[in-house]
Design a protein around this ligand. Sequence first.
Ligand SMILES: [Zn+2]
Length: 116
Amino acid sequence: MSDYELVYSDDPNFKKRCPKCSKFPCACPKKEDLKPTEHTLKIRLEKNSRGGKTVSVVFELPANEPYFKEIEKKLKALCGTGGSYKNNMIEIQGDHREKIKVFLEKIGFKIKLAGG
Ligand SMILES: [Zn+2]
């Protein structure tokens, strides 16, 4: 069915249809449906350019901000330190690569330690 045909639909649910998948109810994969086993995340150690502090960076995250913001919170609690999520990367202050690796592997992600 083309978009043109949809415009003239008299389906009462038409206006409720999802603009992405054009289905009602929406049939798009949900953010929460991310499958950790299908992703390899990388962890590296970096020196914060401004403060010169060491940070553990988890990068090459799949684009899924709500999911990884939740992970970032858990990692901060686990490591007892500060951190942030931005640009599909999680930064955790200090060298916590091993803890982060074990934590993410438990969830199901594949982990590669890179550089540093
Ligand atoms: Zn949808």
